[in-house]
Design a protein around this ligand. Structure first.
Ligand code: ADP
Ligand code: MG
Length: 663
């Protein structure tokens, strides 16, 4: 066979092929046009679409406009006002820089541009085909800004046209692009509409990203967003993000990722974040994520793909890892209530109280259905674990009280209280932030990956992490855990109910009779003291009930205690002393001190294990440590440095190997 003859391709064909790489569907063209409007400092951007952009795609802005003298070369390839020499590439402050978008569009569609700058008295309208101006621009009236009209896209590329999705699907993709830009550019007013119809999307231009998310993606998402900020000097980047709490999940995850204000995609980052959420969300469900990353443009390569969708950046792995850890921490600190809620739900205990949403509004029937539906745990694996826990709990007889006056705390009476109103008190917020600030990240990692080995005695247990074996003071760790849960679950705690309720006066009297109370006759009459203590607590009862689910009735009866960790019940032997100490040790006068001392007293009490119960039910204690306390530490505790002194590294496999090598 004769060799083929090599010929230079016709320039129009070359350009059309090149254009087809940049503009693969109407939404690609639209993205370029929106970026041009933003580069031109527009504050209003209106997008009009006919037939999913296949017939018409029009974008009108109030930006700088285009100078009349530039109109002739505007649509030639590689004409740009944004980049002059190659070195500029390393310092791009605009979206565009290659001067390819308009040229490409003119090769695959009918393109017309109407524009007016501030300096000119009238506007001009120009038509383009295959990169060339068709006839001289015509003068026309108009406001400052630019209207770009793209019609019959791919009219000259029938194969490409055939590959497009249906107009409805293309419209959906267009809508996604506009939505994302509208959220990120909350200072710009965006409108999207189908030709001849009222707008389907409209933002006002002086709102916040969060407001725009509410507006566009729905207040159900808006209500559960957690703001996250991260600034890193080592890898030189800054992140602001809004991510949904684990209360929310959807079949179709939504991720808005902007790097240096450019809408991009990063599979690596998406996978990392999905990994964080997978521990919380049912299988196959995803969060809503908005992330804006900023880094030096020298660190970022946007010239990877013709559509500029994919980017490479320096320290990609490290940056992704840091973002992942930050999100993990945030979720850990704020979202445990849902799991708790779910676990209680799964225990089959009916919830008789009214339900309230995050803002304290009573959930309407419709809303309720939706929220309940979202809360269903669908992962069969997790279900099995829950059942296992429950079975063990029941056979291990939850808590046996050793005094009839103390009544019973049983699983049956463990009912659920949904938060009433969520006042975000600054004092509590500060306390939460303090906990986050004190966090020792290495210690957190040790806990996160721990594998429980066994109980040593009342205070200590062994666990393993990677190749290391640790001896851990369970009491000290749990004390901090209960303290943190009280603060993070402020106003959202479930409760443990006493049936029958207990008289606090009696409890204080019992406490005063005990040695630990250290009562001496100089302290005054026991009955009087009990009366006084009970009055103090009665006065604080509404606050204790509202904030910490500790309910003392008007008659002075203790009705409920906070349920801090599912399946965990504080020991009844120490209850009287706890109540006495609440009256005497809590600093009731100032808000911060009051919360602080209350939470410390309560967490100390919850961490106590009664010697009596320990000797009468050693198996129950072991079960509790392994299946309740350590899973709790593993999941929730943000360990401060100070806990390091209560954790001993006993052996490390790698060091043992070294010893063997020497032998
Ligand atoms: P690039 O954005 O890479 O420079 P484009 O082909 O997208 O290339 O645009 C070419 C030039 O046209 C831009 O550099 C800019 O000067 C001008 N331009 C395009 N769209 C607009 C607009 N909406 N407002 C003002 N100028 C625009
Ligand atoms: Mg451009």
């Amino acid at each position: 066979m004769e060799p083929g003859i090599i010929k230079k391709l016709d320039e129009v064909v070359v350009n059309r092929i090149a254009a087809g790489e940049i503009i693969q569907k109407p939404a690609n063209a639209l993205k370029e046009l929106i970026e041009n409007s933003l580069d031109a400092k527009a504050t209003h951007v209106q997008v009009t679409v006919k037939s999913g952009g296949l017939k018409l795609l029009q974008i009108q802005d109030n930006g700088t406009g285009i100078r009349r003298e530039d109109l002739s070369i505007l649509c030639e390839r590689f004409t740009t006002s944004k980049l002059k020499k190659f070195e500029d590439l390393s310092n791009i402050g605009t979206f565009g820089f290659r001067g390819e978008a308009l040229a490409s569009i003119s090769h695959v569609a009918h393109l017309s541009i109407q524009t007016k700058t501030a300096n000119e008295s009238c506007g001009y309208k120009a038509l383009y085909e295959n990169g060339q101006l068709k006839g001289p621009p015509k003068a026309c009236a108009g406001n400052q800004g630019t209207i770009i009209t793209v019609e019959d896209i791919f009219y000259n590329m029938p194969q490409r046209r055939q590959c497009l999705k249906s107009p409805a699907e293309e419209m959906q993709i267009i809508c996604e692009v506009v939505s994302k830009y509208a959220v990120h550019n909350s200072n710009v007013a965006f409108t999207l509409k189908k030709y001849g119809e009222p707008p389907s999307l409209r933002t006002v231009g002086h709102s916040s990203c969060k407001e725009n998310i509410c507006n566009i993606y729905g207040s159900q998402i808006g209500r559960v967003l957690l703001p996250i900020e991260l600034e890193d000097d080592i890898h030189k980047f800054k992140m602001t993000a809004l991510v949904t709490k684990v209360d929310y999940s959807a079949k179709r995850g939504i991720m808005l990722l902007f790097i240096n204000h450019r809408l991009v995609e990063s599979t690596a980052l998406k996978t990392a974040i999905d990994g964080v959420y997978s521990t919380y969300l049912p299988k196959g469900m995803h969060p809503f994520i908005y992330i804006s990353l900023e880094m030096a443009s020298t660190q970022l390569d946007v010239n990877v793909h013709p559509t500029k969708h994919a980017v490479h950046f320096l320290y990609e792995d490290e940056i992704i890892d840091k973002i992942k850890r930050r999100i993990e921490l945030k979720l850990l600190g704020s979202n445990a209530s849902r799991t708790f809620y779910k676990q209680l739900r799964l225990s089959g205990i009916p919830n008789t109280d009214s339900e309230y949403d995050d803002k304290g509004a009573k959930i309407k029937h419709n809303d309720k259905e939706r929220i309940d539906k979202d809360r269903v745990r669908t992962d069969s694996k997790e279900q099995k674990l829950e059942k296992f826990l429950l079975k063990q709990g029941a056979s291990g007889q939850v808590v046996k009280t050793n005094s009839t006056t103390l009544g019973n705390m049983t699983e049956e009476s463990f009912s659920l209280l949904i938060p009433r109103s969520k006042v975000q008190l600054t004092s509590i917020k500060n306390m939460q932030e303090n906990i986050e600030r004190r966090l020792n990240v290495t210690l957190r990692k040790t806990l996160k990956d721990l594998v429980f080995v066994g109980v040593v005695d009342k205070a200590y247990a062994l666990f393993q992490q990677e190749t290391k074996l640790y001896l851990c003071n369970t009491l000290k760790f749990c004390e901090e855990l209960f303290y943190q849960r009280l603060i993070f679950e402020f106003q959202r705690l479930a409760h443990i109910k006493f049936e029958p309720s207990l008289s606090i006066k009696n409890l204080v009297e019992i406490a005063l009779d005990s040695e630990e109370a250290g009562w001496s006759p100089e302290d005054g009459d026991k009955l009087e003291l009990a009366e006084r203590a009970s009055n103090i607590l009665l006065e604080k009862a509404p606050m204790l009930r509202e904030y910490f689910s500790l309910h003392i009735s008007k008659e002075g009866q203790l009705e409920t205690l906070p349920a801090i960790l599912p399946q965990h019940y504080p020991c009844s032997t120490h209850l009287p002393l706890y109540i006495l100490r609440l009256a005497t040790e809590v600093d009731w006068d100032s808000e911060v001190e009051c919360f602080e001392t209350f939470c410390r007293e309560t967490s100390q009490y919850y961490a106590l294990i009664s010697t009596l119960e320990l000797s009468s039910q050693p198996q129950r204690h072991k079960w509790l440590v392994e299946h309740v306390l350590y899973p709790g530490l593993k999941r929730y505790l943000l360990p401060p440095n100070s806990l390091k002194q209560h954790l001993y590294e006993l052996s490390s496999l790698s060091r043992l190997y070294k010893v063997f090598e020497r032998c």
